[in-house]
Design a protein around this ligand. Structure first.
Ligand code: C2E
Ligand code: MG
Ligand code: MG
Length: 747
């Protein structure tokens, strides 16, 4: 765009109308003669009268004071002024009159003819100067009409200029104009504010006033004004222009530099129009940061990770290099949130994000995918072991205590690693395989890292398919219970039975708990499945009791997720009421580790269950690192010694010592102790010799269907007693209800 300056002396179209000069049919113009003798007044009056049709009226005053008084009231269209007044002399007279009535044009009636006098009068604001020899009618009328006309044009231009000034000052954009030499000729209010320069800028080199740098290179953007003039085209400022203000502060600016021309099209300089975009730049940077980062930890988000990973894969492919993806998931983070609140959880995530971020190089990247999931990209590794080193560093950092409210909180993380190109050639596969490896790390006891392997993939697919089938298993009535008796070692009687779930899968056959309970726990299906098992166990127990069988107690296994669900106690009480089983005949088996997940909450639930009359057992005791002080406070009736200690109790002194310690502890806390997994006569003898009250295991019976349990219950107590022990060897192993394939552990 090329700007052309407004013609300097052209009244704008909206300027006030110029009053018509005296002439035919025009109104009479009142002229005030200031000073002069009576003969002069008469001569002037005579001259004006001769202009025809009495176009001028003449008023006369003798002194400046009178003139000042007179011009204040309206009606005077022009002044004829003599320099010599009783109260003022020369140019000073003009000054006073112009000050009092700047709108009235002045024609000086001078004495001499010199051009100097003329110039002086004009420079002092007079419109015209008539020397003594030119006071004739024609010249005087012409001078007066000319003065009135010119004054009107000047006023119109002045108003127009003021309006342009007001307009330029009221627009938000800063405007600076220069002449062809690049000196500033004008800057509006916004430009003054933005540059920090006032009118002092006028005449200064534009590069001093409009001092612009490239934000990135910090170098002056050279010759923009010159280039605009040379090429005679408008130029835009580069996108990242920064204006250095007079006091050294900086502002992001944008806009353009355009050449300006006069009426003849000659270049007269440039006009620079610019505006402060610091705030909008800051906002857009903030918005784009928010779109790419996690709001809580300020780590890059999933979107950024995806892009970076895709780029890193391309680069590694071209260079023949390797990269690693680490998938990180905090262990049991939900419990931090549930027990201490989300504010503590959030704080912890922020701290952990920093710690994990500190474990990688600047060229690496740690992102938060959401929740307690993080992912790291190591775009350039030489060996997969490099990734292990980073993962181990992260494991150690996460393990460090987190101080909250004067307490040390502990958490760990499970990490899965996939490596390009071996574990996948695209971002999606690498992410998914690292995720699979992470699940494997969880299943391997958490707080460790695992490399992805194809075998894991197969298991993950298998796991997915089982989860899918589990969703329909309840409605298709595919679950069943088997029962394993517990033997009172002193009396030789069956003291109770443990209900153990089985899944009759339509394709896979009979499935053992190890193949599906973990999956059901992970996807939440354990809650309805557990409710079914509880109800079914109560129904079956009630039926056996009603049939006259001496079943003292039925035990049901409960997973942590069931036990922690808010309506667990109410649901259990409802099932007992519905099935009519006495609460004392129901024992719930909870593993040590599930009780210790949230010990405080566990205590409350256990107390509520105990008050409902239900018995409580700690299953797999000895494996969960229970805090003994909690154990003392839990209303526990029974400790079940984990079968791993019983297995080698005869051959392993350590296991024997643990079994003895648990027996002693149960004795002093008045808790029943049941030994699980008894398989041999030697184990049996050891337990008898050390005063164990009850036992359960293949030595007595494998888990059996309800009908088979009825048969076992009906047997003579002597059958289970020590006298008959040899006769039972190697244990009663009734055939399971449905033949099943060998169980495969699934992660
Ligand atoms: P658990 O509660 O510790 O149950 C004992 C497990 O040991 C049972 O395995 C049982 O068949 C097995 N067992 C019994 N005697 C012997 C023995 O002499 N030698 C050996 N090697 N094993 C023996 P099962 O039925 O496969 O159950 C495994 C686990 O699954 C159970 O361990 C329990 O934690 C869980 N489970 C079973 N049923 C349920 C259920 O209905 N709900 C929940 N939440 N978990 C269940
Ligand atoms: Mg159990
Ligand atoms: Mg057990």
């Amino acid at each position: 765009m090329t700007l052309t300056a407004q013609p300097a002396l052209q009244p704008a179209s909206k300027a006030p109308p110029i009053p018509a000069a005296a002439g035919e049919n025009s109104p009479r113009l009142r002229v005030l003669l200031v000073g002069g003798t009576e003969p002069l007044r008469a001569a002037v009056r005579e001259a004006l009268a001769q202009t025809g049709r009495d176009a001028f009226d003449l008023d006369c005053v003798a002194s400046l004071a009178d003139a000042m008084e007179r011009v204040r009231s309206p009606g005077i269209m022009a002044l004829l002024v003599r320099y010599a007044l009783p109260d003022s002399q020369g140019i000073a007279t003009l000054d006073s009159l112009l000050q009092a009535a700047p709108q009235i044009p002045i024609v000086v009636l001078g004495d001499d003819l010199s051009p100097e006098s003329f110039r002086q009068a004009i420079c002092s604001g007079a419109q015209d100067y008539l020397s003594k020899g030119h006071w004739d009618s024609y010249t005087m009328a012409r001078a007066l009409n000319g003065a009135i006309g010119r004054k009107a044009v000047e006023d119109a231009l002045f108003i127009e200029k003021e309006r342009a000034q007001v307009t330029l000052n009221s627009i938000g954009d800063a405007v600076v104009s220069t002449d062809v030499d690049g000196s500033v000729t004008y800057l509006n209010k916004a430009a003054q504010e933005l540059t920090g320069w006032d009118d002092e800028a006028i005449g200064q080199p534009v590069a001093d006033v409009f001092h612009v740098l490239d934000a990135q290179t910090r170098e002056v953007i050279p010759g923009l004004v010159e280039r605009s003039m040379q090429s005679d085209v408008s130029l835009r400022l580069p996108a990242n222009s920064v204006l250095v203000q007079r006091d050294g502060r900086e502002a992001d600016i944008e806009d353009s530099i355009s050449p300006i021309h006069d009426r003849e099209g000659r270049l007269t300089g440039v006009v620079i129009v610019f505006r402060d975009v610091t705030e909008s730049h800051r906002m857009s940077r903030r918005i784009s940061h928010l779109a790419q980062h996690d709001g809580l930890t300020d780590l890059p988000n999933r979107v950024v990770f995806g892009t970076q990973l895709a780029g890193a894969i391309e680069l590694a492919r071209r260079r023949g290099g390797q990269l690693a993806v680490l998938f990180l998931d905090l262990d049991n983070f939900k419990h931090i949130n549930d027990s201490l609140g989300h504010a503590v959880g959030d704080e912890m995530l922020k701290v952990l994000a920093k710690r994990m971020g500190a474990c990688v190089r600047t060229s690496d990247m740690v992102c938060r995918l959401g929740g307690d999931e993080f992912v790291a990209l190591l775009p350039d590794i030489r060996h997969p072991e490099d990734a292990v080193r980073v993962a181990e560093h992260m494991l150690a950092e996460v393990r460090l205590p987190f101080l909250f409210d004067g307490h040390d909180l502990h958490i760990s993380v499970s990490i899965g690693i996939s490596v390009f190109p071996g574990d996948g050639g695209d971002a999606e596969t690498l992410m998914s395989n690292a995720d699979t490896a992470m699940y494997h790390a969880k299943a391997s006891g958490r707080d460790n890292c695992q490399f992805f392997s194809q075998q894991m993939k197969l298991r993950a697919v298998e796991r997915q398919s089982i989860e899918e089938d589990l969703r329909h298993a309840l409605e298709r009535d595919e679950f069943q219970l088997v029962f394993q008796p517990k033997i009172n070692l002193a009396s030789g009687q069956i003291s109770g039975a443990e209900a153990l779930i089985r899944w009759q899968h339509p394709v896979r056959g009979l499935m053992e708990p190890i193949q599906f309970i973990g999956i059901a726990e992970d996807c939440g299906l354990i809650v309805p499945i557990g409710r079914w098992a509880l109800r079914e166990a109560c129904v079956q127990a009630r039926a056996l009791i009603d049939a006259g069988q001496p079943l003292e107690q039925i035990a049901v296994n409960v997973s942590a997720a069931e036990f922690e669900s808010p309506d667990y106690v109410a649901g259990l009480v409802a099932i007992l009421r519905e099935t009519g089983l006495e609460p004392r005949r129901l024992e719930l088996e909870l593993t040590e580790s599930s009780l210790m997940r949230r010990p405080e909450a566990s205590t409350m639930t256990l107390v509520a269950l105990s008050e409902a009359g239900v018995r409580l057992a700690v299953d797999d005791f000895g494996t969960g690192y229970s805090s003994l002080s909690y154990l003392k406070h839990f209303p526990i009736d029974t400790l079940k010694i984990d079968q791993s200690f019983v297995r080698d109790v005869v051959s392993n002194g350590g296991d024997a010592a643990i079994v003895c310690a648990i027996l002693a502890m149960g004795g002093s806390l008045r808790q029943r102790v049941v030994a699980e997994g008894v398989e041999t006569r030697e184990q049996y003898d050891f337990l008898i010799a050390h005063g164990c009250a009850e036992a359960q295991g293949f030595y007595f019976s494998e888990p059996v269907a309800a009908t088979a349990l009825a048969e076992l219950l009906a047997r003579d107590p002597q059958h289970w007693g020590p006298a008959n022990a040899h006769a039972r060897e190697p244990g009663v192993k009734p055939v399971p209800p449905v033949s099943s394939p060998a169980p495969t552990a699934l992660i």
